[in-house]
Write a protein that binds this ligand. Structure first.
Ligand SMILES: *Cc1c(COP(=O)(O)O)cnc(C)c1O
Length: 380
């Protein structure tokens, strides 16, 4: 007989989460997660599903029928997009300007796509002229871009220009909106985005587990007309249609508690109002930005491409970021993050997302940074 391990009831530390995700979960969302389960085919649950879909349409600013939470984290809704839209042999154009463009490439390739790139350095957005040139050169069927690049703190401007280039070439556009949905301006229908996916634990302040996806009818026609089955059974939209479409028949058990949580998180978005919420993110991040500038630090991206939900702060010379992160966690119970990939050792990543985007959190980050920098002999 194996003996039980010597563990105690769980008591996780309480941290202030100001990193690239997860963000802090709103108390109302935490509360609803302790509600008892109901069956995933219960009429009451189906009503909750309908409401989640309506609230998601509002948050994405879309009338797409195909607007659902995918079971799993943001990467699951991301993979649902690529696995369904990309058919073997399709050419897929993806960006090189951050970590998540790289993940798009891996997913597109696993779906059987031929991956080609539109280049931009980490820390800059895509230039529409480069996108147009890549279209002329490769004539891709699918184009993916990252609206809010969490690895670099850059927002992609000129989205309608990018989608119109793609549509002139009859391509389908997939947008990564994981760090923009519910935090920075995003208008799926007005900007003519075909597919957008997101996650719960960034600007929606919901625990990861049910991840928003929206697909327009034109793209669903491509998906339903595929010659080959989607390689993933779990993420196959033609099968998920049975559960989230008219039939409401069993495909897999919905993560019921996560759907409750998302329903409440989206309710909070609706109560605040999208534009007010975008404004709050901008206002809180402006305080953060001005505060770090007063400390003599600067943000990595140009002001034009600054992403309020993720602030990439340049690390001054002589500062050890690993030590700084350990210090702020130990002294302040505060989570912020270091850079990834091309920006490793160059930036700190400070989120300002959802329920975490509030004045006391911004003040805490600024004092913690000031202290931790001083410990390493930094003077503004
Ligand atoms: C967090 C994130 C993802 C992946 O989401 P997970 O919930 O970690 O699976 C994808 N794209 C971007 C831009 C992200 O920030």
């Amino acid at each position: 007989m194996l003996q039980p391990p010597d563990t105690e009831p769980l008591d996780p530390p309480e941290r202030t989460l100001m990193g690239p995700g997860p963000s802090e979960v709103h108390p109302r969302v935490l509360r609803i997660m302790s509600a008892p389960l109901i069956g995933h085919l219960d009429a009451s649950f189906i009503e909750i599903m309908n409401e989640v879909q309506e609230l998601l349409r509002y948050t994405f600013q879309t009338e797409n029928r195909w607007t659902i939470p995918v079971s799993g984290t943001g990467s699951a809704s991301m993979e649902t997009a690529f696995a369904n839209v990309v058919e073997p042999g399709d050419t897929v154009l993806v960006p090189t300007n951050g970590y998540f463009g790289g993940r798009m490439a891996s997913m597109a390739q696993r779906a059987g796509g031929e991956v080609v790139h539109v280049d931009a350095p980490w820390g800059e957005p895509l230039d529409p002229d480069d996108v147009a040139a890549a279209f002329d050169r490769h004539d891709p069927e699918v184009f993916g871009f990252v609206h809010a690049e969490t690895s670099t703190g850059v927002v992609q401007p000129q989205v309608p220009e990018l989608t119109s280039i793609a549509h002139e070439h009859d391509a389908y556009v997939i947008a990564d909106t994981v760090t923009s949905l519910g935090g920075v301006e995003l208008r799926v229908d007005e900007w003519d985005v075909d597919v957008a996916y997101s996650g719960g634990q960034k600007c929606l302040s919901c625990p990861p587990g049910a991840s928003p996806l929206t697909v327009n009818d034109r793209t669903m026609e491509k998906v339903l007309g595929r010659d080959t089955d989607v390689r993933s059974w779990y993420l196959d939209l033609s099968l998920l249609e049975g559960y989230w479409g008219e039939d409401r028949s069993y495909h897999h058990t919905a993560p019921i508690t996560n759907v409750y949580a998302l329903r409440e998180a989206l309710q909070l978005v609706a109560e605040e109002g999208l534009e007010a919420r975008w404004g709050r993110h901008r206002e809180m991040a402006t305080r953060l930005k001005e505060g770090v500038e007063e400390l003599g630090l600067e943000l990595n991206p140009d002001d034009e491409f600054w992403l309020p939900s993720l602030n990439a702060v340049r690390i001054p010379d002589g500062i050890d970021d690993t030590r700084l992160l350990a210090e702020v966690q130990e002294q302040y119970n505060l989570e912020i993050a270091s850079g990834l990939g091309d920006l490793e050792g160059e930036i700190l990543r400070i989120g300002c997302m959802g329920y975490s985007a509030r004045p006391q959190n911004v003040r805490l980050v600024l004092s913690a940074l000031e202290d931790a920098l001083a410990m390493q002999g930094y003077e503004p």
